[in-house]
Design a binder for this molecule. Structure first.
Ligand code: DC
Length: 214
């Protein structure tokens, strides 16, 4: 089983890089952030509080979720619905619940076994989910660059709307703080991970660096 772990904060370019890398290597890709987002969406839709660990764990356990090029929840395409400011605001609270993480980590390992490995992106892939990954990459980018990318991703404009960027920057900083300070599986760089700062780099340049490391 060959696993390439790509961790890093929101807007660091993880998804873009993981997608291009998987294509280049002919490997499947798993976006684990989409799994936490799906649980957050279920919580919002079902009126479950984001600190109700048992109820959240039950939602995570019972959901029928397929994460591929699109994200399917009980057959519904939720690819767009999980990328809204509301989900951004709720997801860190959902992701800090130990029993939710337990369930999703088990699903991530099962996915890798089923596919014989792949490119897996998230926050704790190298540190917790696949500590024996063949390659561990920690992707970063400056806060300004990450906010610009997120703002254009969320159709808040083409990345040149300064109010949208400033608001996104504040939201990103808040989520980083929550993701890094939680007690269970916080966002941290594995000592074995190679850090790549993608600020000002093209996707191709980042891919070349990773392929070189492999
Ligand atoms: O990568 P993303 O922005 O889609 O991740 C959404 C949230 O899920 C983020 O706030 C942190 C959490 N997450 C996590 O705790 N562990 C992962 N492996 C992936 C994401």
């Amino acid at each position: 089983m060959r696993v390439i772990a790509i961790d890093g904060p929101g807007g660091s370019g993880k998804s873009t890089v993981a997608r291009a890398l998987a294509l280049r290597l002919g490997l499947p890709r798993l976006d684990t952030g989409a799994m936490y987002r799906a649980v957050a969406l279920l919580a919002l839709r079902n009126g479950v509080e984001t600190d109700d660990e048992s109820a959240l764990a039950a939602l995570a356990h019972e959901m029928d979720l397929t994460v591929g090029e699109s994200v399917l929840l009980d057959g519904e395409d939720i690819s767009q619905a999980i990328r809204t400011p509301e989900i951004d605001a709720a997801v860190s609270f959902v992701a800090r619940q130990p029993r939710v993480r337990e369930e999703l980590v088990a699903r991530q390992r099962a996915w890798a076994h089923l596919h014989g490995g792949g490119v897996v992106e998230g926050r704790d892939i190298a540190t917790v989910v696949f500590p024996d990954a063949d390659l561990k990459v920690y992707l970063t980018a400056s806060e300004g660059e990450r906010a610009r990318r997120r703002a254009s991703e969320q159709n808040a404009g083409d990345g040149s709307d300064s109010d949208a960027i400033a608001a996104t920057r504040r939201a990103i900083a808040r989520r980083d703080e929550l993701d890094s300070s939680r007690t269970i599986s916080p966002l941290t760089r594995s000592e074995e991970a190679v850090e790549i700062d993608s600020t000002g780099l093209s996707v191709e340049a980042v891919i070349e660096m990773i392929v070189g490391l492999l």
